[in-house]
Design a protein around this ligand. Structure first.
Ligand SMILES: NC(=O)c1ccc[n+]([C@@H]2O[C@H](COP(=O)([O-])OP(=O)(O)OC[C@H]3O[C@@H](n4cnc5c(N)ncnc54)[C@H](O)[C@@H]3O)[C@@H](O)[C@H]2O)c1
Ligand SMILES: [Fe+2]
Length: 343
């Protein structure tokens, strides 16, 4: 079997990376961009800051902020109208997974007829994405989804009412900007929830069926970084080092999950759609119970390889060098309890 492994996104990493992006864009032929963000990111002062950096580099920027957490199709349609009306050449996505996913979906809708459910990955909708898409430049302000290096957008489509994955290599952002200065003000509960999303990506990619040693190595690296950096990022929001490591962990998680995800994400999506629960929080809630269920109910089909994988992940947790594969849910529960911020 011939397998394809791709890790192609250009990543700019480090404090001040946003200015570097602005300078690079200013050297290109395109002048007009739509900045896709949301109200929370505006309130945090980040959207005006980034808009200022882009404008100072000589770029013309229209700002679009109508993005819901757990974005819906209407957000995408409104944004596509703004994009077309502005005659923009590309999109700059600034925010968490929600604005990044909406920007990617805008690139599809601005060049393709709707509805978005046509492009559902489960139905092979990627075959309908044909045109070259407008470029997306992604600047995450949370460290979780890794959408900045991913080929998918997750949108609640109107006619189905469910979270729908739209997937195509052309959705991959042209450049991902990992600037830890932009995540310093992320509140502890969102830092924790998004950090658990990153961890879940590493975990599920590593446990997913399939032969992909490159994804496995990146997935383990992602989990190690989260376990090392997340407690500091939650306890001391202004810890630039911890924030930077979490951004890297998030990008690594999404890089790894081209191998696949699993039951935790499959259950998290309906929880978010029905009850509006934040995606990362849904993963954090489900992770120990889903793993415990699999250990109990699926024990008969646990191969030696899979046991070894559970054991290896359990042993990544501090102080658990002797852990057994069955200890994984408990290790996660203890870590989760240790880092959960008080509200
Ligand atoms: N495309 C993918 O591969 C992928 C992977 C995982 C999740 N997702 C999707 O991403 C979405 C979740 O993204 P998310 O977890 O990043 O949350 P989000 O983008 O929904 O943001 C959550 C909240 O945090 C606020 N916020 C963001 N950055 C901030 C900052 N620096 N300071 C203060 N507030 C800030 C936002 O305004 C928003 O209110 C879900 O819709 C999920 O389905 C996509
Ligand atoms: Fe996720």
């Amino acid at each position: 079997m011939v397998l394809q492994f791709n890790y192609p996104t250009t990543i700019l990493y480090g404090p001040g990376a946003v200015r570097e992006l602005a300078e690079r864009l200013a050297r290109g032929a395109d002048r007009r961009f739509v900045l896709v963000t949301d109200e929370g990111v505006v309130k945090a002062g980040l959207a005006p800051r980034v808009e200022g950096v882009l404008s100072a580099a000589g770029l013309q920027v229209d700002v679009f902020t109508d993005v819901h957490p757990n974005p819906v199709e209407e957000d995408v349609e409104k944004g596509a109208r703004v994009f077309t009306g502005a005659r923009a050449a590309g999109l700059v996505a600034l925010g968490g997974g929600s604005p990044m996913d909406v920007a990617k979906a805008i690139a599809v809708r601005a060049t393709h007829e709707g509805p978005l459910s046509r492009f559902d990955d489960k139905l092979g909708g990627d075959r309908l994405i044909e045109h070259p898409l407008p470029p997306v430049y992604a600047i995450p302000t949370t460290a979780g989804t890794g959408s900045e290096v991913g080929r998918s957008a997750v949108i609640i489509t109107r006619d189905t009412g469910v979270k729908t994955v739209i997937f195509h290599p052309a959705l991959m952002p042209r450049v991902a900007v990992l600037d830890p200065e932009l995540t310093l003000g992320l509140p502890p509960h969102l830092t924790a929830a998004t950090g658990f999303d990153a961890f879940t990506h590493g975990l599920e990619a590593y446990l997913a069926r399939g032969f992909h040693p490159m994804a496995d190595a990146v997935a383990v690296g992602c989990m190690e970084l989260v376990l090392e950096a997340l407690p500091g990022a939650i306890a001391r929001g202004d810890d630039l080092e911890a924030r930077g490591r979490m951004l890297l962990a998030a990008s690594m998680g999404a890089t790894a999950f081209q191998k696949g995800l699993g039951m935790i994400h499959s259950l998290a999506h309906p929880l978010s759609t029905r009850y509006g629960i934040h995606h990362g929080l849904a993963n954090a809630l489900l992770m120990p119970v889903a793993l415990a269920w699999q250990l109990e109910e699926k024990a008969a089909v646990f191969t030696e390889d899979l046991q070894g994988r559970y054991r290896r992940v359990a042993r990544l947790f501090p102080g658990r060098a002797q852990a057994d594969h069955r200890d994984l849910p408990e290790a996660i529960l203890a870590f989760r309890a240790e880092v959960t911020p008080s509200r």
